[in-house]
Design a protein around this ligand. Structure first.
Ligand code: ATP
Ligand code: MG
Length: 156
């Protein structure tokens, strides 16, 4: 299934089977509800179904659909900012993404400057722009965001 809006949904590993009724029911729910919980025993297909629903619903979300894996977030205080920043990642320049990726290593502006051969003041300016674009107040919020968007920032 092809998704034509910004997204980070993984490619389906094999053909999707069945679930027609669940897909149509969830398709209507995502129109009206902000939070939907799928529960069921391990391996029954909750994640696969969710991704399929997100892909099918994508036509209705011009800003895109975003998979957020909260398992990587260790600090509960940072939880709200991670999904909030997801769809806006397209707004960062290549340099800003590079710097966001380096922030995941906890580097100072000076250390980042050394790595990228630019001045610490320039790094500080980029960091301020990243915070502005993503609506963040701290470097650690950027770091969590960058870890969550590793593929887009060019780091694995
Ligand atoms: N409708 C489907 N068609 C094809 N494969 C499916 C379908 N649903 C699930 N699978 C496959 O079954 C496996 C388990 O599915 P999935 O990871 O979605 O389960 P889950 O309920 O999210 O499990 P967990 O509780 O461990 O998170 C995966 O390999 C997935 O690709
Ligand atoms: Mg799952």
């Amino acid at each position: 299934m092809t998704v034509h809006v910004p997204h980070n949904l993984p490619v389906e590993p094999n053909p999707f089977v069945g679930r027609a009724r669940d897909l149509s029911e969830l398709g209507s729910l995502v129109r009206d509800e902000r939070v939907i919980t799928l529960s069921g025993v391990g391996g029954i297909g909750k994640s696969r179904l969710s991704l399929r629903v997100a892909a099918q619903a994508s036509a209705r979300f011009a800003d895109g659909v975003w998979l957020v894996e909260p398992a990587r977030v260790g600090d509960p205080a940072l939880m709200p900012s991670v999904p909030a920043a997801g769809p806006r990642q397209g707004g960062l320049t290549t340099r800003e993404r590079e710097i966001a990726a380096l922030l995941t290593r906890g580097l100072s502006n000076r250390a980042i400057g050394v790595e990228l051969v630019i001045s610490p003041a320039t790094v500080a300016r980029h960091v301020a722009n990243i915070m502005d674009k993503l609506g963040f107040d701290t470097r650690s919020q950027i770091a969590v965001w960058a870890a969550e968007h590793g593929r887009e920032t060019g780091r694995s």
